[in-house]
Design a protein around this ligand. Structure first.
Ligand code: ADP
Length: 259
């Protein structure tokens, strides 16, 4: 009887081991797939500004008699595309470091101060929008001050980018039980119900034909970076949005003073 039980346990263990192996194999394949997709998307995104730079440089080399003003426009275009390349590479490197398991710092920080710094930085660069603070609840926690400031900057920058001039952006920080809740609210163009579930995908950018003015030229990597940072702090981030009404980004961070 004992032998029979032993055999049953053996079969059960083997089945469990097989299932675990299949599971990790599946996860590994999924991971490889997403890495392949990332490389293909990255190559595609890098190619656009590079092609534009090459085209403009060709023009400058081939045609000697371009009027000064036109020449200046071409050079400005090259500069814009080079800046875009540099932003893309910077953001991609940061995500790659995150994928490689880069550690977050464990600073004893005051979240309201960190957010205030982000707010002041963006306020200075956004003269065409009204930026408001709505109660920053004093919050101490252990976390990575630079990275959390970056989350604030990404969300505020998005709010400015996707809100027409004259629009209003509000930052708030509330203390709810054992959570700090950051909200960045704008009254901008909003996101369609179809696009909303995709905004945290790498390189995803909602339909660009909606921009009335110039394309604000994002990389589609801001929200994935913000999510990596927030989840690294044990938190959660999501967007709520209504087209034509506005968007609110909500970040929930556990308040813990334990390292
Ligand atoms: P990007 O660099 O393009 O801004 P993100 O990853 O930060 O990339 O955001 C992904 C996409 O989500 C944006 O391209 C934009 O279409 C949409 N989005 C993000 N924040 C907002 C917002 N506040 N209002 C409207 N659309 C937004």
């Amino acid at each position: 009887f004992q032998g029979f039980i032993g055999a049953c346990i053996d079969i059960h263990d083997r089945k469990m081991a097989e299932a675990a192996l299949q599971d990790s194999e599946k996860r590994l394949l999924e991971l490889m797939d997403s890495q392949k997709r990332f490389v293909a998307d990255a190559a595609h995104e890098l190619r656009n500004p590079l092609t534009a730079i090459q085209g403009n440089m060709d023009l400058l080399v081939r045609f000697k008699n371009i009027p000064e003003e036109e020449k200046r426009d071409i050079i400005r275009d090259v500069q814009k595309e080079a800046n875009r390349l540099s932003r893309l590479v910077h953001d991609m490197l940061q995500l790659a470091r995150g994928d490689a398991g880069a550690a977050l710092h464990e600073d004893h920080l005051e979240l309201h101060e960190v957010l205030l710094e982000a707010f002041r930085d963006i306020e200075r660069m956004s003269p065409k929008h009204t930026l408001k603070l709505e109660g920053l609840c004093p919050t101490e926690l252990i976390g990575d001050a630079d990275r959390l400031k970056q989350v604030g900057i990404i969300l505020l920058e998005n709010a400015v980018k996707y809100t027409p001039p004259g629009g209003e952006i509000t930052l708030s920080l509330n203390c709810e039980a054992d959570q700090a809740v950051i909200r960045v609210k704008d009254n901008g163009m909003g996101i369609s119900a179809e696009d909303l579930p995709r905004v945290f995908e790498r390189f995803f950018r909602a339909d660009r034909s909606r921009y009335r003015g110039e394309d604000p030229g994002g990389t589609g990597l801001g929200l994935p970076i913000a999510r990596w940072i927030v989840e690294g702090h044990g938190g959660e981030i999501h967007l709520e949005s209504e087209p034509g009404v506005g968007t609110t980004a909500v970040v929930r961070l556990p308040i813990s003073l334990e390292e």
